[in-house]
Ligand binder design. Structure first.
Ligand code: GAL
Length: 669
């Protein structure tokens, strides 16, 4: 088990390095991530390398039992690069290149930038390959952007399309360019779709708002490919020169500009950066969901490469993690499959844009409360390590997590506020409240490993995936789908079928009409049977006609009287549920999930009280139950008795009391 911090020795006088390493050792930290943004210190002039300072820092850390992960520093380029080669900076839509001096500003198709990146990667790999305490590499930092509008990128995008479609006629067909006179006659006419604003990350649903949605989706795929290709250049070198080291990258959880399945193919394991402490304290189910996404990317445990260590912010900062919160946030990730824990950052920097992104140590460098809490966590983790060995989350429930659908919905959400993540969280939160673990899976995954598959907002559904879902249900699986199911094909065109297309028979429904609702509209939903109760439909409703499905909920609204709000249908040996509304009360989803779990024969680990999360890691004949109290009150949890609670060493009774932000790890097997 590796536990430690992101460390920037280049920010501090050399005399301090020994003090830091000693404090790390006392905290039982055994890893640091280094050199993330240190390109200028390692290559002060093009082709002139200076690694001596880093050798010294590594040696001091080694003396104190601290291993290291080195980063390729390509997220921030030195000033000499754009001075000599202006084309390395990304271009904005107005034709101006981004001004050097921030970070992540490079053009990904610039041959020069790719070469500079390969050279520093090779120089580092050759120099550090035999460093005794070096265990692995992180490529770059948080891949994602920016979008560049230079001629090279445009030509490269056109080439990528040519390789994909072969002929311009095929592009015209796939994108439906008969609309608005958008038919292309040559490849050179294809533009990079851009917003009216400036270049930068593909942030927000409005980014690609008015271009052809099919062009936008292909551009998003291409943008993802550029980042994957850039990383691959580096990984190829690291693999050839440093075969004993692992290679990882720090992903960003639910960030979705890139297809993380593709990016992770070249990595040994993924890592991610988790910053859940913002605003008023709340239950960070988003972080659990992100952890499950991260575990799903390679179907493997992951590392936390950066995590909240103090108030964060680049100009204004947020709140301070309260006592117990740093530890609790770490345990939440451990419970979902983290095998490495690194806090961002070791010590708060006194200079630069992140002066207020606080670390475990303050500006003063003293080992105060936040350091002590991380040290306590590190010590506990080492104690737990033998029990954790060989364990991971084994879920019987899966949620389909598909970047194509995520992107297509960002391009056209359909109704205001709709996003894949908001739809997913309606069900994910209910599953957490029910005390059940979830896997996030690709649509190409084998569904038969799961008893229940949830496909929220599953919008872009190729025919073979629809067929797979139908077969899964026929074979005995339980499926849940909801609004906007199977609207689009792979090229982001609407299917010319009655919704939900090929899944109509499986679900026993047909949807001929639907409507979005403004914020000042709502319809009453009347739940029957397993979802008995009164609820509120907001934002969107399908006008769902049952065609053999049982009706679980209707609308108390004259024009919707003949339509169902929720249905359940037997198909073959399985059952398929459909929810054709966005319901505002969590109780609706809780009841529905309870019924689905019952139908699927999935039982909860235990019944956690509100605000307490339960997750299990198992493997090698062991099973560990993690309890995390996200509330600021004591919580009593009914647990299996006569088992060992590993942190206290005590044997459990019928219940366990968790202090505010308290955690427990119970070895049930
Ligand atoms: C992350 C990034 C770090 C640091 C941190 C705080 O996104 O990887 O380098 O910048 O945010 O801003």
């Amino acid at each position: 088990m590796y536990v430690g911090a992101d460390y920037y020795p280049e920010h501090w006088p050399r005399e301090r390095w020994e003090v830091d390493a000693k404090l790390m050792q006392e905290a039982e930290f055994n890893v640091v991530r280094l050199a993330e943004f240190a390109w200028i210190d390692m290559e002060p002039m093009e082709g002139q390398y200076e690694f001596g300072w880093l050798d010294d820092a590594l040696a001091i850390l080694d003396k104190h039992g601290v291993s290291a992960i080195l980063c390729t520093p390509t997220a921030t380029m030195p000033a000499w690069a754009p001075r000599k080669y202006p084309e390395v900076m990304a271009m904005q839509p107005d034709g101006e290149r981004i001004t050097w001096g921030v970070r992540k500003n490079n053009c990904f198709t610039s041959g020069t930038y790719r070469l500079l990146s390969e050279r520093i990667t090779r120089a580092m790999a050759e120099h550090f390959v035999d460093t005794p305490n070096l265990i692995g590499w992180q490529t770059d930092n948080e891949f994602g952007g920016p979008v560049c509008f230079c001629d090279t990128c445009r030509a490269d995008f056109q080439d990528w399309l040519r390789a994909k479609y072969g002929t311009i006629d095929e592009v015209n067909r796939a994108w439906g360019t008969h609309f608005w006179s958008h038919k292309y006659t040559t490849w050179g006419e294809i533009e990079i779709p851009h917003p009216s604003g400036r270049a930068g990350r593909l942030a927000g649903p409005d980014y690609l708002s008015t271009h052809n949605p099919s062009l936008c989706l292909d551009f998003q795929r291409y943008h993802s490919h550029l980042n994957v290709r850039f990383q691959r250049d580096q990984v190829r070198i690291l693999r050839a020169l440093c075969p004993k080291h692992f290679v990882t990258h720090n992903l960003m959880g639910s960030y979705s500009d890139l297809n993380y399945y593709d990016l992770a193919e070249d990595l040994d394991h993924v890592s991610w950066d988790n910053y859940p402490v913002w605003g008023a304290p709340s239950i960070p189910y988003q972080s659990s969901a992100a952890a499950d996404v991260m575990r799903g990317v390679k179907r493997k445990n992951f590392w936390i490469m950066e995590q909240t260590a103090g108030p964060g912010g680049w100009s204004a900062f947020g709140r301070n993690p309260r006592p117990g919160e740093i530890r609790k946030v770490a345990y939440q990730q451990l419970a979902h499959g983290a095998d490495g824990q690194v806090w961002f950052r070791w010590r708060t920097c006194t200079a630069g844009r992140e002066q207020y992104w606080h670390g475990l140590l303050g500006h003063d460098g003293k080992p105060l409360r936040r350091y002590q809490e991380a040290a306590q966590t590190a010590k506990e983790y080492h104690k737990l390590a033998p029990e954790l060995e060989g364990t991971t989350v084994e879920a019987k429930v899966a949620i389909i997590y598909d970047y194509e659908t995520i992107w297509a919905l960002r391009i056209q959400p359909g109704f205001e506020g709709n996003s894949y993540h908001s739809a997913m969280m309606r069900y994910y939160s209910a599953l957490v409240r029910a005390g059940v673990n979830v896997d996030m899976i690709k649509p190409t995954e084998d569904f038969s490993q799961y008893r229940l598959v949830i496909a929220p907002d599953f919008y872009l559904v190729p025919d073979e995936v629809a067929q797979k879902l139908s077969d899964y249900v026929k074979g005995g699986g339980v499926l849940l789908a909801d609004c906007r199911l199977a609207v689009k094909d792979e090229t982001n065109l609407c299917y010319d079928r009655t919704l939900p297309g090929l899944l109509s028979d499986t679900l026993g429904i047909a949807i001929e009409e639907y409507e979005a609702m403004d914020d000042d509209m709502e319809y009453r939903v009347v739940g029957k049977d397993v979802v008995a109760g009164d609820y509120t439909a907001v934002k969107y409703v399908d006008w769902t006609t049952p065609k053999g499905a049982d009706v679980l909920a209707t609308f108390d609204q004259w024009h919707l009287e003949s339509f169902a709000a929720a249905t359940r249908n037997r198909s073959g040996k399985g059952t398929a549920y459909y929810v054709g509304a966005v319901v505002s009360e969590p109780a609706f989803y809780d009841q529905l999930i309870a019924d689905m779990l019952k139908t699927a024969g999935v039982s909860a680990h235990l019944a956690p009280p509100e605000g307490v999360e339960v997750s299990a890691r198992e493997g090698g004949g062991k099973k560990l139950l993690f309890l995390v109290n996200h509330t600021e009150e004591k919580q009593q949890v009914a647990v299996p008795s006569g088992k060992q609670e590993l942190l206290s060493g005590e044997t459990t009774g019928d219940t366990i009391t968790l202090d505010k932000y308290g955690v427990a790890v119970i070895k049930v097997q």
